[in-house]
Design a protein around this ligand. Structure first.
Ligand SMILES: Cc1cc2nc3c(=O)[nH]c(=O)nc-3n(C[C@H](O)[C@H](O)[C@H](O)COP(=O)(O)OP(=O)(O)OC[C@H]3O[C@@H](n4cnc5c(N)ncnc54)[C@H](O)[C@@H]3O)c2cc1C
Length: 420
């Protein structure tokens, strides 16, 4: 990344009046902000980076906490696989930098009705193959794929990421690069000064000065961006649920990574996903994509538990009946938030208003962003520091699908263009 060109950036460090200038201030230390802070602080320009988090680091009140997230390249939209491939490369490089692993490769299995257009597109875009080979049939000793459905396997770009451990990894890598990481610091305003620099104000009355700002506040994005820029980001927080179920006695090993068990997604209604038994021996995560609208500052914590559990239990009883016990419901339930856009595509863009190219936002990750966080963080860092994301262009990641402008006069965003 090139050195930022503004007057404020040139004076990064202690100014004559004793004010400390950062090159980049990142607001929100979930997985996206932690990755952005890491890539900004690893730049050749040795940028001075500040990462601000409203709650305690690694808290459970947002979207990035927990034991696991799945990574896969099977997406109905052709613009995600290049970002997944870029992210995979960056996950591996960050692990090398940290000296430990957060990503465990596994096969990935998608299944659903044979005529489901989204499933068929995902199979094609992700390079999966319909499972017929002898070795794959073994998996179907676990999954009873319903009549009229198909199932497709891939052994590329599939795996399980240890979520909280990964966020902690990027925060410590950023700190190792010299980034300042501050938690319990709520940002209430971001403003442009007369000299073109940015001032970030906190609820405790502190001001932080910088050249550029990256907003990665998850489910709080529409609130903060509206109050700072006056722009309406169509990001709807949903309260959702992670559920772990008990393996049936004697079946525990068959559901493990060691036994070759895959991460999986089921395209029928409800959309169900799961990861191999790994983080809690004898338990497997099987959950449903969806949730109920919420105010991130007034969570219900119990909302829709039934609606997010019973359809999953029915799915398990139909598709994995011999291996997973649904009697009594899930044994671990963990609440979490999605940040949904109308088309479920990300928002990665300059916020606009009077900020020009000085303030970037990454938001609306719609329940599927974790796997791509290193790519998103690097793109946000480059956009903030250089005004453009060279890495995205090099990796054939098409950022036009993630612009805020797609919603202008068209609340459906990319859904108008995508046929699946
Ligand atoms: C149940 C569940 C399962 C999922 N499964 C997958 C999966 O398998 N694969 C996948 O790829 N993705 C998955 N996702 C999605 C993924 O976890 C999210 O897309 C990702 O974590 C979003 O990260 P974020 O940094 O945008 O948000 P967050 O993690 O919420 O981070 C935002 C941070 O900003 C802070 N903040 C807010 N306001 C302020 C402020 N004013 N000042 C300072 N800080 C502030 C918040 O406290 C928070 O820490 C899942 C999500 C959930 C909830």
């Amino acid at each position: 990344m090139a050195t930022t060109a503004t007057a404020a950036a040139e004076s990064a460090g202690d100014g004559e009046d004793g004010v400390f200038f950062y090159d980049v201030i990142v607001v929100g230390a979930g997985v996206m902000g932690s990755c952005a802070a890491y890539y900004a602080s690893s730049s050749a320009a040795a940028a001075r980076v500040l990462l601000l988090e409203r709650h305690d680091l690694l808290h459970h009140l947002g979207s990035s906490h927990g034991e696991s997230r799945a990574i896969r390249a099977t997406y109905p939209q052709p613009y995600y696989p290049p970002m997944v491939r870029l992210a995979w490369r960056l996950w591996v490089a960050a692990e090398r930098d940290a000296g430990y692993r957060v990503l465990t490769p596994t096969p990935h299995l998608d299944m659903g009705p044979r005529d489901d257009a989204a499933l068929l597109a995902a199979i094609e875009n992700g390079g999966a193959y319909e499972a017929e080979a002898e070795a794959d049939r073994a998996l179907f000793g676990v999954f009873r794929v319903p009549e009229g459905w198909t199932a497709a396997m891939t052994s590329e770009f599939g795996g399980v990421i240890r979520a909280t451990k990964a966020v902690a990894m990027f925060q410590s890598l950023a700190a190792k690069n010299g980034a300042v990481v501050r938690d319990r610091t709520e940002v209430v305003d971001i403003a442009k000064q007369g000299d073109g620099s940015i001032v970030v104000k906190t609820s405790s009355g502190e001001d932080f000065h910088g050249a550029k700002c990256i907003i990665t506040v998850g489910a709080w994005a529409s609130k903060l961006v509206k109050s700072v820029v006056g722009v309406d980001l169509p990001v709807q927080p949903l309260e959702t649920l992670l559920a772990y179920w008990k393996a049936k006695p004697g079946r525990e090993h068959e559901l493990t990574v060691e036994a070759g068990f895959p991460t999986f997604g089921s395209y029928a209604n409800p959309i169900v996903y799961g990861t191999p038994s790994m983080e809690f021996p004898g338990l497997i995560k099987v959950a449903m994509h969806g949730g109920s609208p919420c105010d991130p500052d007034r969570r219900d914590w119990r909302s829709d538990n039934g609606n997010l559990v019973e359809p999953v239990a029915r799915w398990i009883d139909e598709v994995m009946p011999d291996h997973v016990d649904t009697a009594g419901g899930p044994v671990i339930r963990q609440s979490c938030m999605y940040s949904m856009t109308p088309d479920e595509d990300f928002i990665i863009d300059f916020v606009g208003g009077g900020f020009g190219k000085d303030v970037v936002v990454g938001a609306g990750f719609s329940g599927h962003g974790f796997k791509m966080a290193p790519a998103v963080g690097r793109i946000l860092a480059e956009m903030a520091m250089d005004g453009e994301a060279r890495t995205a262009a090099e990796a054939s990641v098409e950022l036009r699908y993630f612009r805020i402008g797609r919603f202008e006069g068209n609340l459906m965003g990319n859904l108008v263009e995508n046929k699946v």
